[in-house]
Structure formats: structure tokens, C-alpha cells
Design a protein around this ligand. Structure first.
Ligand SMILES: NC(=O)c1ccc[n+]([C@@H]2O[C@H](COP(=O)([O-])OP(=O)(O)OC[C@H]3O[C@@H](n4cnc5c(N)ncnc54)[C@H](OP(=O)(O)O)[C@@H]3O)[C@@H](O)[C@H]2O)c1
Length: 284
């Protein structure tokens, strides 16, 4: 479909974690990968590794949060990329971060930033690629969501709100595009071994003395330490992405990691009140 490559894949947030591992894995498997980061330098090591024997990884500097009209924004860069590479067969909306803190403490601008990266950027990128995919009768849009896109936990309300929104986007877009051969899926990871936790942004007022959450936050931290021991290798997500690309009929959602599967299953089988109590008890 794309020269000598199996397909052309565009992955946002390729500089670290899931995006980096998936880029390298897909290059090794014969795909052409265009990977973005806000800083080109962060993609250097990956490009060197991926391009040892042949140019397969194409790094680009792209800040997915720049407003439409600003130099270097998505709307300016994407059409050029499509022209350069003839087509983009697969979009992996991976770039994202977690905003942490009691919802009462989160400012509107912090919440807006969370949505800009985790919701609006995937929306804008998908919009820009849909017509090209539709014209060719093939396309895969894969949104890296989270178990938090299905189950919200205390102090992760901002992040969960953004991933719930991404889930809704995935669900509606999937139905709109399947008549045209373009499929949309979400991957809902549990806890994976990346820089996600260390890159987590804490709301400015998350631990404000003027708010009454101190004890609950301390309890949350103690419990969370135990959960952090449960981490999986992101290569599993890279392999799943390949499976989705090659599947004739990809599913809507792919929970991955036992805690993600258990969390989602629990929300379906337990009565709401009991499930909320369980989540609350395991979180703080
Ligand atoms: N790791 C987990 O346990 C886990 C669980 C569930 C879901 N996820 C999801 O998986 C995706 C990838 O995360 P990861 O675990 O690989 O974390 P990571 O190691 O922190 O990597 C995040 C990537 O996203 C980009 N990014 C981060 N903040 C950004 C921002 N404000 N604006 C634009 N780009 C930004 C970064 O690129 P640059 O900084 O180079 O631009 C980086 O390459 C995210 O959407 C995350 O929500 C992760």
C-alpha cells in the first residue's frame, strides 16, 4: 500500500514510552513510521536505532497543541506530510499526559490544557486525515485511551474526563467511518512501564492547605505505591497496534493489562453503588 513498506503509520508522542516502543517495533515489522514530538532532538536516538539498515522512521517536530493558524500547527503540517508520503494509512493518537488533583483544585485553564492534548488534538488530527483515508477506502485510527476512559478514580477526574471524551469520539467516529473502509478503535491500557507517572502534571492547587483533601491524598499516595508495582511492558501495546492495523475488522475497544480488564469488567457486573465503594476503597 505504501511503496515497499507494509503501510505508513503516523504516531504522535513518539519520543517516549508507548509511542517510542511502538514506533521502533512497527519499523522492525516493515512499516514506514512518521513519529512526532514537540522537540525533534527527543527523536534522535529512536531515528538512529530504527534507521540502521534503511530509512523507515521519519521524525517530525510537531506541537499538537498549537492553535490552528499558528506557524507549525497540525493544520499546516499534516497536508504537507500527506503530500510527502503519498498517504497516511494509520493514525495513532498516542501523545497525552495525566493531570492530577482533586477536581475542586483544578483550574479551568489546567483542564483546558488537558483537553487540548488528550481530546482536541486527536479530533483535529483525525479530521485532517479522514478524507485521504476515505478516498482510498482504507484507514485505521487508533486512539490510545486508558482504563480511565471507562472507570474514573479519585484525583484523576481531569484525566478521566479527557479519556471518557476520547472514548465517545472513538465510538461515534467509528460508526461514521466504517461505511468507507476506515476503522476507529481505542486501546485502554492499565499501568504500563513508561514515563507517564513521572510526566504527570499535578494541578497547581492540588495540595492547597485551604482545601480539605490532605488526609485523603496521603491515603491515596500510600495505596497508589502498591499499584505502581503492577506495570506491564509497553511492547504489548506495540504488538496490539500491529494486530489492529492488520485486522480486517478491528474491535471498538481493546483493554490491555489485567487491572484494565478487571476494572472494566467490574464496572459491568457490579451494581454501581458497590463498584464505586470498591474503587474508592482501593484508591484512597
Ligand atoms: N503508561 C501508562 O500506564 C498509560 C496508561 C493508560 C494510558 N496511557 C496513555 O498512553 C499514551 C502515551 O503515554 P506513555 O505512557 O507513553 O507516557 P510518556 O512516556 O510520558 O509519553 C508521552 C508522550 O506524549 C507526548 N506528550 C506528553 N505530554 C504532552 C503534551 N502536553 N502535549 C503534547 N504531547 C505530549 C510526549 O511527547 P513530547 O513531550 O516529546 O512532545 C511523549 O512522547 C498517553 O495518551 C497516555 O494517556 C498510558
Amino acid at each position: 500500500m505504501s511503496g515497499n513498506f507494509r503501510k505508513t503509520v503516523f504516531i504522535t508522542g513518539a519520543s517516549s514510552g508507548i509511542g517510542k516502543i511502538a514506533s521502533l517495533y512497527l519499523c522492525e515489522k516493515g512499516y514506514k513510521v512518521i513519529g512526532s514530538s514537540r522537540k525533534l532532538g527527543r527523536l534522535e536516538a529512536l531515528a538512529t536505532e530504527a534507521n540502521k539498515t534503511r530509512e523507515r522512521f521519519f521524525p517530525i517536530e510537531l506541537d499538537i497543541n498549537l492553535k490552528n493558524g499558528e506557524p507549525g500547527c497540525i493544520e499546516e503540517v499534516l497536508p504537507t506530510l500527506i503530500d510527502q508520503h503519498n498517504s497516511i494509512d494509520v493514525l495513532v493518537n498516542n501523545a497525552g499526559y495525566g493531570l492530577w488533583g482533586p477536581l475542586e483544585s483544578i483550574s479551568v485553564s489546567e483542564m483546558e490544557d488537558q483537553f487540548k492534548t488528550n481530546v482536541f488534538a486527536p479530533f483535529r488530527l483525525s479530521k485532517l486525515l479522514i478524507s485521504n483515508m476515505r478516498e482510498r477506502g482504507y484507514g485505521r485510527i487508533i486512539n490510545i485511551s486508558s482504563v480511565a476512559g471507562w472507570v474514573a478514580t479519585p484525583f484523576n477526574g481531569a484525566y478521566a474526563s479527557s479519556k471518557f471524551a476520547l472514548e465517545a469520539q472513538t465510538e461515534a467516529l467509528r460508526m461514521e467511518l466504517w461505511p468507507f473502509g476506515v476503522t476507529v478503535s481505542s486501546i485502554q491500557p492499565g499501568l504500563f512501564d513508561t514515563d507517564f507517572q513521572s510526566n504527570m502534571v499535578q494541578g497547581m492547587d492540588a495540595e492547597s492547605e485551604e482545601l480539605p483533601y490532605k488526609n485523603l491524598i496521603n491515603r491515596y499516595r500510600r495505596k497508589h505505591k502498591k499499584w505502581r508495582k503492577v506495570i506491564h511492558d509497553p511492547i504489548r501495546i506495540a504488538k496490539l497496534i500491529e494486530r489492529i492495523i492488520e485486522s480486517d475488522r478491528p474491535r471498538l475497544r481493546y483493554p490491555i493489562g489485567f487491572e484494565a480488564r478487571a476494572g472494566i469488567l467490574g464496572s459491568k457486573i457490579f451494581p454501581e453503588r458497590i463498584y464505586q465503594w470498591m474503587i474508592s476503597r482501593t484508591s484512597m
